[in-house]
Design a protein around this ligand. Structure first.
Ligand code: 9G3
Length: 577
């Protein structure tokens, strides 16, 4: 391909709305353009990268026995009613009506459609396990589409659904997919981590992992152990209760006046007592009840854990009026004493604390020496708090570290949630009817491309890992007006493509500086400069985008040298075995 003919309109200016580097660089490099909020066109260069990632994904899915199919994007509401999810997803689900007024959605994911398909056509245990996947656009009407490809309303996903006879079968399939994901993201040249995660609204039988690309721009917070391989999304990360101070004698409770002293920090400062000696009491409301939730003063409540514990669809902090009603005081003076018959949920480390300080449920007043177990009894004691960097690992003696990540993949054990709701059964070896046991496994293809840029760029532009680069090399004649230079460049360009290197030639009548800038911006892994030295001495310069290494090679060897670099780097990206 000639650069003069590629439809890749590069931009010198940084688009104002682009917040993250992947978005900025893909716009500047002429790889994507916005069509609507959260909706993007892939231009030819951008689409080549997408296709590279898709091919890697496809190879690894096929290798694990996945069969590719194509499910419809338009999905009838009835199937979503059967699963009970038509009303769960609210505004995030793109909804449309046909001319007869029937309801449909634009597929945000395909559990319903595929379960309905398999239910209709799979009867026998002999047909299981069955692994079906597709690579297709998905639609989610995000409240705040942003970060370019990272959180779009239309995006490309690989979604595989597995159907097994039983939980043991699901475990095997899950492990296969987990392994395939490690191979895929390794081959894409990403630094990533599989982390334990919370299954969220999709529900199911348990296990789920997210594959996180480590990047500061990531929206997800993860913790990982500095010693063992424990890693988890903070939403999921298990806390280790602090040992507390159970050796202390319980002292007599005492009321103390704290005028206008409300927050943990204010109370701690006012009394000159560390915040880890305080109890933080917050009032929450669900669709069904009001509860008091207690954590140590210096801790934060993990609302995901709390919501899972309560089994509620909605969860929010109570408003001022409710707090006043329940506690008898304004927010800031809540405590666990005398709350009547509302449930008190305490974090599990609370019972190890002695002589704590709490709100008195009375204006401008706190209580000293409140002892859990003696002065109040929680209805339930559970892990409901957020874990922070520096805390103990729940699996070993190590210390947890914090990082940010971009979620590029997720694997879920669904169990029988969908097969039960939709009636997907098979006949086992004894002719007995059983529910299929399902899993689902997603990869955000367009997000993977964006995540790769977040990890692979410098001040000049993108630095593509060889396996997903839109082209492996760009051949740059320094001056196209010099016939001999152009000819040599064309020769090398032609040889490259003949031996399977994906090369472009920058045949534009531009200053070399302009061409070099564009080459760096687009991120070709290799650049071959054909200048006067090529004409006079038969020497070209090969520059490696990532390392900056420059080497001179005979014109006659150039294509083979480049071929070897490309082949070596693709081979190196392959995981062992
Ligand atoms: C919806 C809407 C948004 C959603 C979902 C449904 C997320 C939804 C979770 C999944 C789970 C797996 C298959 C591939 C692997 C991941 N956002 N999820 O189910 F209706 Cl609007 O998509 N699906």
């Amino acid at each position: 391909m000639k650069i003069s003919e590629i439809f890749a309109p590069t931009l010198r200016e940084v688009p104002a709305e682009a917040e993250v580097i992947s978005h900025i660089l893909m716009l500047r490099a002429g790889m994507i353009r916005k069509a609507a909020s959260g909706v993007y066109t892939f231009l030819p260069l951008g689409y080549r990268i997408i296709k590279k990632v898709i091919e890697i994904v496809r190879e690894e899915m096929d290798n694990k026995g996945g069969q590719e199919l194509m499910l419809p994007i338009i999905q009838p509401a009835e199937l979503w009613m059967q699963s009970g999810r038509w009303h769960v997803y609210g505004d995030e689900l793109f909804r449309l009506k046909d001319r007869h007024g029937r309801d449909f959605s634009l597929g945000p994911t395909h559990e319903e459609i595929i379960t309905d398909l398999v239910k209709g056509d799979v009867r026998s245990y002999k047909q299981l396990p069955l692994l079906l996947y597709q690579i297709q656009n998905k639609y989610r009407d995000e409240r705040r589409p942003r970060f370019g490809l990272m959180r779009g309303r239309e995006f490309i996903m690989k979604d595989l659904y597995s159907f097994d006879k039983d939980n043991e079968g699901l475990d095997v399939t899950y492990h296969k997919m987990y392994d395939a994901y490690i191979r895929i993201f390794t081959r894409c040249g990403l630094r990533f981590r599989p982390v334990e995660a919370d299954p969220g609204a999709i529900g199911g039988s348990g296990g789920t992992h997210e594959f996180m690309v480590v990047a500061d721009s990531g929206e997800a917070a993860i913790v990982y152990c500095d010693t063992c391989n424990y890693a988890a999304n903070v939403e999921k990360a298990e806390s280790v209760p602090a040992p507390g101070n159970t050796d202390e004698n319980m002292k007599e409770m005492q009321e103390i006046s704290t005028p206008g002293v409300k927050t943990i920090d204010e109370v701690s400062g006012f009394l000159s007592i560390a915040s880890d000696k305080l109890l933080k009491t917050l009032i929450y409301r669900t669709e069904a009840e009001t509860v008091a939730v207690i954590v140590r003063g210096d801790r934060e409540i993990n609302e995901i854990k709390l919501q899972n514990l309560l089994g509620s669809l909605q969860l929010e902090m109570a408003d001022e009026r409710t707090v006043q009603e329940i506690t008898g005081a304004a927010p800031g003076f809540s405590g666990p004493l005398g709350l009547g018959d509302i449930r008190i949920i305490a974090d599990k480390e609370i019972m190890q604390m002695r002589n704590t300080i709490t709100g008195a449920n009375k204006m401008d007043t706190h209580m000293l020496n409140v002892n859990p177990g003696r002065d109040f009894e929680p209805s339930q004691s559970a892990d409901i708090r957020l874990v922070r960097e520096g805390e103990k690992c729940p699996r070993c003696q190590g210390i947890l570290m914090e990082a940010r990540g971009i979620e590029v993949g997720q694997v879920f054990k669904l169990g029988t949630k969908y097969s039960e709701a939709m009636g997907a059964r098979y006949l086992d070896e004894n002719g007995k009817e059983k529910l299929m046991v399902m899993g689902c496994y997603g990869i955000g293809v367009s997000r993977t491309v964006a995540a790769s840029i977040e990890q692979n760029h410098d001040k000049d532009g993108i630095i593509w890992p060889m396996p997903i680069a839109p082209f492996h090399a760009v051949v740059v004649p320094v001056s196209v007006k010099d016939k001999k230079q152009l000819e040599l460049a064309q020769q090398i360009y032609k040889s490259l493509n003949e031996i399977g290197v994906e090369a472009v030639i920058d045949d534009r009548n531009e200053r070399p500086g302009v061409k070099f800038k564009d080459a760096d911006l687009i991120g070709f892994p290799l650049r071959v400069v054909v200048g006067t030295k090529a004409v006079e001495e038969g020497i070209v310069e090969i520059k490696h985008r990532r390392t900056g290494d420059v080497r001179n090679t005979a014109v006659t060897d150039a294509a083979l040298v480049i071929h070897k670099i490309v082949a070596d780097e693709i081979a190196e990206s392959m995981p062992i075995s």
